[in-house]
Write a protein of this length. Structure first.
Length: 202
């Protein structure tokens, strides 16, 4: 499974046009896509934050010397990153397909899900920077690569070109931006209750 994931990821980054055409021609089932793509990639920021806040970050270790508390905070922060991103992809895909249909297009949930899940891969990969928590914010730079992949994906998946492709990319990006913000507020509030007492979620 991981070899297949790595090969597809490499193809998506190095030859996005050809790979998006393959994806559009044969989209995966949502559950299969979650198990074989979304879950492994979304686990990267979770695991990285857990290790970074618990074992690596010297400033945080000095501030919070107790290992159990560092583990507590690293897990809470990592879960927030993973849950927001995974929920965001699926909710955004639903919202996007409904919006495209409302605008008179042929919106399909499966294709919208492929569009978001595949294009969001660079952001998840960038989550490895949370191994050094002070560098975690730089993972947002990967969102520029994701935006580029989203643009390429819109052309292949939705079959639009030129100005229409730019408009559809802006629509797709706007949907996931708004939903991520809302999900961040909701998920962080829930985790604040579950992990009450943590430094980062107080």
């Amino acid at each position: 499974m991981f070899r297949e994931l790595a090969l597809r990821l490499w193809a998506l980054l190095t030859a996005p046009g050809r790979e998006w055409e393959k994806i559009a021609a044969s989209p995966e089932e949502p559950c299969r896509l979650f198990v074989r793509w979304v879950l492994p990639l979304a686990s990267i920021p979770l695991i990285s934050a857990l290790i970074g806040f618990t074992l690596i970050a010297p400033a945080f270790i000095t501030l919070v010397p107790e290992f159990a508390i560092r583990l507590h905070n690293g897990l809470a922060y990592g879960l927030m990153l993973a849950l927001v991103s995974m929920l965001g992809v699926y909710v955004a895909a639903f919202a996007h397909s409904m919006t495209v249909q409302a605008l008179g297009g042929k919106g399909r949930y499966g294709l919208s899900l492929e569009l978001y899940a595949r294009s969001w891969a660079p952001v998840w990969l960038g989550g490895v920077l949370y191994l050094v928590p002070s560098l975690g914010g730089f993972s947002l730079v990967a969102s520029l690569v994701s935006l580029w992949l989203l643009f390429r994906g819109v052309q292949a998946v939705l079959g639009v070109k030129g100005r229409k492709a730019l408009e559809q990319t802006a629509l797709a990006a706007g949907i996931i931006f708004v939903l991520y913000l809302l999900l961040y507020l909701v998920v962080s509030a829930v985790l604040r209750e579950v992990f009450s007492g943590g430094v980062f979620l107080q």
